[in-house]
Design a binder for this molecule. Structure first.
Ligand SMILES: NC(=O)c1ccc[n+]([C@@H]2O[C@H](COP(=O)([O-])OP(=O)(O)OC[C@H]3O[C@@H](n4cnc5c(N)ncnc54)[C@H](O)[C@@H]3O)[C@@H](O)[C@H]2O)c1
Ligand SMILES: [Zn+2]
Length: 246
């Protein structure tokens, strides 16, 4: 891993597979229980919100609760540890907070966050207790709370399929991919755009891209190297190798 050892700036692009070993399901894993008959890619859409806001709100509340009860895995911890020796910027497609809880200091949330609900009309952040994961109700439909300012429904603070990405997260990710000495791509199928264009552009500029994914993905072809083991094993192994070479 000489290319990582020599790097000053490491940019990491993460997806749902990063959190799989924390018990947070990817969209392809089959859910069990209450939500097993729902397709997440159908719920994570503006159309679903327009036709059934109670269902969408309940689903995100449930996801927030799952994440809240989960803990960072050794892969998240290894990325946080990497900051001791390198400048590390994480651009994540994940809406969980496991990178932050592992101690990573610079995380751009390209697809928003489960923990930042806002008004669907005026956009003000919502901090009401009924949006907190501890208060999530185990129902298939939960009426979203109303905005204290304009009384419109509060929506999840995530980016749905077909929506634009948050400007600030996108801009900082773009610069992170421009100035990287190496890009690590972890646990993503690389099929969701425009996010997936970031590692593609880096590769096109000649920046080495190393993939960590047990399965081939849409980004494998442009990776200089692919490590086909779960991130909870491969990332700690990378950090150990760097530490012992130091
Ligand atoms: N934790 C979360 O926040 C979360 C969870 C599910 C879905 N999503 C959303 O779903 C969308 C789907 O795109 P995506 O590419 O992130 O996920 P995806 O579900 O399309 O792909 C997951 C990828 O992770 C790989 N993977 C599975 N287990 C792994 C492991 N232990 N280590 C390394 N890789 C592993 C799979 O082979 C697959 O390529 C994103 O927009 C994301 O916002 C987020
Ligand atoms: Zn409002």
């Amino acid at each position: 891993m000489d290319v990582v050892r020599r790097a000053e700036v490491i940019t990491v692009f993460t997806g749902a597979g990063m959190s799989a070993e924390s018990g947070v399901a990817t969209f392809r894993d089959v859910e069990t229980g209450l939500w097993e008959r729902f397709d997440p890619t159908q719920i994570a859409t503006p159309q679903a919100w327009a036709s059934d806001p109670g269902l969408v709100w309940a689903w995100y509340q449930w996801r927030a609760r799952v994440v809240h009860a989960a803990a960072p895995n050794p892969g998240h911890n290894a990325l946080a540890h990497l900051e001791r020796t390198h400048s590390v910027l994480i651009a994540t497609q994940n809406v969980d907070d496991l990178h932050e809880r592992a101690g990573s200091s610079t995380v751009s949330h390209l697809h928003g966050s489960l923990f930042a609900p806002r008004c669907s009309n005026c956009g003000r952040p919502y901090h009401g207790v009924d949006a907190q994961p501890e208060h999530a109700v185990h129902e298939l439909r939960v009426e979203p709370p109303a905005c204290p300012t304009c009384l419109s429904p509060i929506r999840p603070g995530v980016v749905w399929f077909g929506e634009g990405l948050p400007d600030d997260a996108w801009r900082s990710a773009e610069s992170a991919f421009t100035f990287a000495d190496v890009v690590l791509v972890v646990g993503t199928s690389g099929g969701v755009y425009p996010a997936a264009a970031l590692p593609e552009r880096a590769a096109a500029r000649g920046i080495p891209v190393i993939e960590f994914n047990p399965e081939p993905s849409a980004l494998s072809a442009m990776a200089s190297h692919s490590i086909r083991t779960p991130a909870g094993i491969s990332l700690p192994a990378l950090v150990d190798a760097l530490d012992s070479a130091a």
